[in-house]
Structure formats: C-alpha cells, structure tokens
Design a protein around this ligand. Structure first.
Ligand code: FE2
Ligand code: FE2
Length: 318
C-alpha cells in the first residue's frame, strides 16, 4: 500500500483551489487508485465557512468517483481560524465531509479504517478545544476520552496485525516547533520572537498522546506547521519509525514556487516527495516583503506576540 500524505491546502485563500487541482491531477497520474490511500491532515479549508467547504468538496469528489480512497481529519482552520475554534464550524465540517472523515465507520473519533495491510487511525485534535477557555490559540487538544479510546483501539488484534498509521492535524512533538522554522538573520528581536514562540502550535496533550502511541505505531502523520519536516528522529524517541509533518501542500504562507505531497510505502517505509511546479512565481508575499525589511520584519512579529500575550493575560484574569 502506498500512502499519499498531503495537508494544509487552505482552500479559500489566494489561488489554493487551482493548486489543489494541480496536486490532484498529479496524484491521478500515478494510476492504481486501489493501491493508494490518500490521507489529508487537515486545514483542508482556510476557514470554517460553507463556501470554502463546497469549493474543496467539488475538487475532492471527482477523485473519489474515480476510485481513489481519500481520508481526512479536521484542522483548526476547518473548525474556525488560526486563533480560535468554533463548535458550529467544527460540526458543519464533520457533516459536510463525513464520508471522507468517517467513511462507513461510526461518526466518532478515533476513526479506524482497515485496509488489507494497514490500520489507519484518524484523530480529531480540535475535539477538546471547543470550550470557551480552551479554544484560544488553536494549539490542539485531543482530550483524555479520545486518548483512552485510542489506547483501547491500539490493542485490538485487527490493528496489531497491520501497519498502524495514526494521523491528526496538530503537531505532537516538544522540541521541534516554533511559529517560524527559521528566523533568518533578523537579529536579536527575531531570535527572541522565535525563542518565545516555541511553545505555540504544539498539541496541548502531546505528552499523553505520545505515551499512548509509544512502540505501537509504525507511521505518524500530522500537519499544521507548514514546514514539511521529517520528524522521524523525534518519533524514534517514542518507538515510532516514521513521523512526518505534511507541510502545506499548496504552499500556503510559504515562499516557494513548488507545491508538493509525499508518497509513503507502508511496507518499506520509504518516502518520496513529489513536487509540482507552479506555472509562474508568485508575487512576493507579505512575509517575504517583511523578511526584506529587517526593521519591520523584527518589530511586527514581536509586537504581535506580546500583544497577544497581553490579550491572553487580560482574558484569563477576568
Ligand atoms: Fe495550516
Ligand atoms: Fe493548522
């Protein structure tokens, strides 16, 4: 079985629909739908609004109609936006993409879809982040009920006899994350910002999740961070041979002219990255313009971070 791993397509932002179509065309060119499993790690859409959901569904459905098996888990943008979750958006997303999230399984997480040799298990890393006090910052929170159910599932014979693939949206590792992968040569303030944001974007109950997965999972797939790094070295600390961040396959908020996805061989564990070239380079993004203006590039992220910290302090002290 070959697993196609892509993530964070953010439909609704810029020309992401055209980019997703290019990715899907490239996947279709591989042929052999029965030999592939497509796993999307969430942030399919840029917001939890119906327009974006209809747009992305219209892109995915023709692939499903041609026999491609596509599985999906919800990201924070699918359930709200970058800074908070919205229970109504989350429910709407689950309903709208029910066939891709749950298939023929009961509509609850964790969701297990057995194939001949694989046991993919999907998680909802927004599940426990829908309460008023938990929803801010959209870091992800599985909740103890979901982890307990996962623990039981991992011990079932049908799962243990197969390659176990766990997929979720949020980032589960402690040491390998920051809001920006590299703050460049921006100087003291940029480095201060990078250092101060290392705790953001990591799943709140990542420790419990990793203890649960320890030595029982072959492949761990996630997204959210838009870096696309191979975290297998981190995964191996928990006995997981392969751990991959899907990046943004449509290169949302990334300064690149290539879009991409991975093909993972579930038997050998070999990973190939397929790049699809964009027809022309984008105009410089806001981020790259900032990067070329060191003073602004340093000041704005720090101002944003401390503004947000002050806002959080205000909210939590009410
Ligand atoms: Fe994202
Ligand atoms: Fe995300």
């Amino acid at each position: 079985m070959k697993i196609i791993h892509f993530s964070d397509t953010h439909i609704g932002r810029d020309n992401s629909p055209q980019r997703l179509q290019m990715l899907l065309d490239d996947i279709a060119s591989l042929g052999d739908p029965a030999g592939h499993l497509i796993i999307h790690n969430g942030d399919l859409n840029d917001c939890g609004c119906l327009d974006a959901m209809q747009q992305s569904r219209a892109l995915l459905d023709p692939m499903a109609d041609k026999g491609w098996r596509l599985m999906l888990c919800p990201g924070n943008h699918d359930c709200g936006d970058a800074l908070h979750g919205d229970p109504q958006c989350a429910a709407q997303f689950r309903d709208h993409f029910s066939s891709y999230i749950f298939g023929k399984q009961p509509k609850q997480f964790p969701v297990l879809t057995l194939t001949e040799d694989c046991a993919p298990i999907g998680l909802d890393s927004n599940a426990a982040e829908m309460g008023f006090w938990e929803r801010w910052a959209a870091e992800g929170f599985l909740g103890s009920n979901q982890i307990a159910a996962l623990n039981t599932l991992l011990d079932t014979p049908a799962v243990r006899q197969r390659k176990v693939v766990v997929y979720l949206h949020h980032h589960p590792f402690f040491d390998a994350f920051a809001v920006r992968a590299d703050v460049g040569d921006g100087g003291y303030f940029s480095h201060l910002f990078g250092w101060n944001t290392r705790r953001l974007r990591r799943l709140k109950d990542a420790y419990s999740l990793m203890q649960c997965l320890r030595d029982r999972v072959d492949i761990l797939l996630f997204g959210h961070q838009h870096f696309g790094l191979d975290y297998s070295a981190e995964g191996q600390r928990y006995g997981i041979p392969l751990a991959l961040d899907g990046s943004s396959s449509t290169a949302t908020q990334m300064d690149t002219d290539r879009i991409r996805y991975r093909v993972v061989d579930s038997v050998t564990g070999k990973v190939k990255t397929r790049f699809v070239g964009l027809p022309q380079k984008r105009t410089p993004s806001c981020e790259s313009v900032l990067a070329e203006s060191p003073l602004i590039g340093c000041f704005l992220p720090v101002a944003w971070f401390y503004g947000f910290a002050a806002f959080s302090f205000f909210i939590f002290s009410m």
